[in-house]
Ligand binder design. Structure first.
Ligand SMILES: *Cc1c(COP(=O)(O)O)cnc(C)c1O
Length: 386
């Protein structure tokens, strides 16, 4: 071959004695075929195989298989973000005229999607109580999906996934769970009968605040086919470098999560014991309203909890936050750094409670030294309570 050809086609080298512990990062748009027959029959390949880079490479399939094992499911799909995980489930199963039920404490962009994307296209939603009470009263023949998020965003109420899954099975309604807070290490929604378990891999799986990905795991090949068809038609896939970062992150997730869970619980207990700190929202605290449900279904707690501020504490909030040295101000979570986000839910709750009128501090515990975090939080609440 001449030079231009030798530039274009790389030489095949012997890899037979190469073996490494890292998952190779396969980059591909085009998939090529060994022979004419393989090309001609490519349409007969099953969904676990390879067609085009958009629909997965061995790198993607490795992460899918790892998530599937942790979720105790049958197949998973990897999507560009946690938000895409929710929207792709909704788009896969809802048609004009259908209704989806969402909890009042759902991740707020999901409400935005229901109101501003689905509703104009004739797909309706109804909001149920954040603790799942009364969800049965909202059922009618148009309801095709019940979405859950437990604990829900910021205010942390739990839904009873077993009860909701049983309700769905009884009425032929699919059910889905946003499992980002607990991760499948602490809660396995599919084991409780839920049909779709979604995670924002951007959080604990990524673990370093530098990637965006999501996953959806199912126990049913027909549901996997619906998800893959929606992704294919919308042109949704993920890049191998993001997936490689997720594969790196997931390797340390169990130790990170166990550590931040322990530290967060002890910090929550300490804050709850301070007379000047009001309501601490953490499901592992014995006086959390649904503590028994948390104990029944979860095998642990992650590193995110909330504290409801008093009016006086709100007045001192900017001063307190501006003195933080270890903890950063920011709204995401699951990475190495501890974060605090002041949240206001009062304008986006249908079933508001008096405490929802107040600013709620959402605290994400990271991997810094626990004593440094304890000192910083105590100092913050000393300033807030002045
Ligand atoms: C962050 C988050 C999402 C969205 O994930 P992205 O990857 O940021 O889109 C969804 N649900 C919950 C509970 C989250 O915390």
């Amino acid at each position: 071959m001449r030079d231009a050809t030798n530039c274009t086609i790389y030489p095949i080298i012997d890899q037979s004695e190469f073996s490494s512990l890292a998952v190779p990062t396969h980059r591909a748009s085009t998939i090529v075929f060994d022979d004419a027959q393989a090309y001609a029959t490519r349409g007969e390949r099953d969904l676990d195989s390879y067609f085009y880079g958009l629909h997965g490479t061995p790198t993607t399939r490795t992460l899918e298989a790892q998530i599937t094992k942790l979720e105790n499911g049958l197949r998973s799909v990897i999507v560009p973000s946690g938000q895409a995980g929710a929207t792709i489930v909704f788009l896969s199963v809802l048609l004009p005229g259908d209704t989806v039920l969402i909890p009042d404490n759902v991740y707020p962009p999901v409400v935005d999607f229901c109101v501003n994307y689905l509703q104009p296209r004739g797909i309706h939603h109804k909001i149920y109580r954040p603790d799942g009470e009364g969800v049965e009263d909202l059922l009618d023949p148009s309801v095709k999906l019940i979405w859950t998020e437990t604990p829900g965003s910021t205010t942390m109420e739990l839904q009873d996934l077993r009860a909701i899954a049983a309700l769905g099975k009884k009425h032929g309604i699919l059910t889905g769970a946003d499992n980002t807070w607990a991760t499948p290490l602490q809660l396995k929604p599919l084991d409780l009968g839920i049909d779709f378990s979604m995670q924002a891999l951007s959080k604990y799986v990524g673990g370093h605040s530098d990637l965006l990905l999501g996953s959806v795991c199912v126990n049913d090949l027909g549901l996997r086919e619906k998800l893959r068809a929606t992704m294919r038609m919308l042109g949704i896939g993920v890049g191998p470098d993001e997936v490689a970062l997720a594969l790196r992150g997931i390797a340390t997730m169990a130790v990170r999560l166990a550590h931040v869970g322990n530290v967060a619980q002890s910090l929550a207990e300490e804050l709850a014991s301070r007379k000047d700190v009001g309501l601490v929202l953490h499901p592992a605290l014995p006086d959390f309203p649904q503590h028994a449900l948390w104990k029944r279904d979860f095998s642990g707690a992650s590193g995110v909890f909330s504290v409801v501020l008093s009016e006086r504490q709100e007045a001192n909030l900017d001063e307190g936050l501006n003195q933080l040295k270890v903890i950063a101000i920011g709204a995401s979570w699951g990475g190495t750094r501890s974060l605090i986000a002041p949240m206001s839910v009062k304008n986006n709750r249908k079933f508001g409670k008096p405490e929802h009128q107040r600013t709620i501090l959402r605290i994400n515990v990271g991997l810094e030294d626990a004593e440094d975090l304890r000192a910083e939080l105590n100092n913050l609440f000393d300033i807030l309570s002045r």
